[in-house]
Design a protein around this ligand. Sequence first.
Ligand code: NAP
Length: 555
Amino acid sequence: MPVTQDSTAKQSQKVDVLVVGAGFGGMYALHKFREKGLHTVAIEAGDGVGGTWYWNRYPGARCDVMTIDYSYSFSDEIQQEWTWSERFCSQSEILSYANFVAEKLDLLRDIKFGTRASVVEFDDATQRWRIETEQGDIFDAKFCILSTGPLSVPKGVAIPGADSFEGELYLSARWPHHDVELDGKRIGVIGTGSSGVQIVSVVAHQASHLHVFQRTPSFSLPMRNQKLDPEYVAQIKKHYNAIRAVTRMTFSGGTRPASSRPLFSVTVEERNAMLEEAWQTAGHNLLGIFSDLLLNKDANDVVADFVRKKIGETVKDPEVAEKLKPRGEPIFARRPCLDTNYYEVFNQDNVTLVDCLTTPIERITPKGVIVDGKEIELDVIIAATGFDALTGALLSIDIKGREGASLREKWSEGARSYLGMTIHGFPNLFTTAAVNGPSALANFILLNEQNVNWISDLVDHMTAQGHDTVEATEAAEDRWMERIAQLASKSLMPKANTWYTGTNIPGKPRTFPMYAGGLGKYTEDCQIVANNGYEGLTFRGQSATPTVHKARETA
Ligand code: NAP
């Protein structure tokens, strides 16, 4: 594809690797490729590192993966130097960690902040990528790595009248960087996914009155957060590398329990005791104490009933409790929330639950929100309405591959790629922790490390073999997509209307575009591809004819 005249007139910066995004994936990619001696530059739309933790600084923002797992494993020095204060850390501590790593690795000098990629276009003549930014930069790169994150494009407030609101309106995913005074205000929170649940649990204690606008209720489990005991931290640090070696091969990429025991293999009394223990110690353990909760609907129903009972026991008003109980979708098919006293706040006199399933928000007015024909007056609206997940950030960029082929067109019926890292028709373009890999189903930091390491090994292989470009074959991509579909077909996760399936965005094709076999199995799949001489990839050298490495049938 010849580059446009307009573009050629501008001065471009020639690099070996251009990384888009400086969240945990992009930061590690920058470090890894720079370490190889490749001229690597990262661009980042925000004004600092941290990705999701840079943007999502709403009240109560906290990670639902344990901190001992949700941190880089590639550097023992970083592991030993950094000490987490809590079992599940706050956004501000995770952002401090990201900045600590950026400083430690001296990353900042090669990141261009406040810079958003707008066009990523392959030049057939030079076999290189041309990246344009909204700020007017042009990069000319041999490799382009898109570490744009699965949850980085907020859905916004698609409710009529939102622009007319005269109070303060905040998006949870674009929370301002200045202090926001919420004490004593009339607040409305729209959305009760992970973000909304965390916000509600905090602002309920600040608001003069809080209205929670809930459409689909989420299952929320007690986080049971706690300060980390120094002796425990010392033990973790002593054995960190061994712990990481194990967690990398688990389903989630974390240290939480993962049993091989099906739910109906124990007596009713035993399973009730186990469910109760998980509830009392750490709600996220509920997912791991039995092996079949994502596979067997009857087993899943038992756990869903258990959580519904807990909601009923916590919330005093039976009508409110009933509205808070999720029904009609398996538990864990919608990502479960982890909370601190979420259901308890509905016992406060200053908190009102508005059931938007029976009485949807009709519109937003200058003074508040109209529901069921009545205006609820508000000083502040917080929209925690979710994201155009998985594909939103990639498709917000105009990506054009060989012969001008558009990624938006290629993905019009759903995202297609190989291993969630490489796309047929888009040579030397890589995605990390992206759609068609485990993505948000796995510990995001370990997954990013695995992806970047795999791509890095592939680039070493190309250098050794004298190849200039690499891309997935169409056949390998087809087989990988069959594998994604086959794994999804065994799971209950595709059965809910969520950002997992794309149904939260009107018009988006319904798919389940994540690898549902777990991080460990996925890592094995990627390793097999490498061990078999990078099967399913086509390499081209400057003088050589294309070398196609045929993919085997995947199991
Ligand atoms: P989400 O799970 O997609 O939730 C969005 C919520 O907004 C849903 O309850 C949705 O209802 C509601 N909503 C959207 N439009 C609405 C409208 N017009 N009227 C009323 N309600 C509306 O988004 P999220 O809470 O930001 O979480 C997304 C993901 O981010 C999580 O699943 C998690 O992976 C990640 N996250 C993690 C953490 C953590 O680590 N603790 C924290 C926050 C987020 P419907 O479902 O009916 O559409």
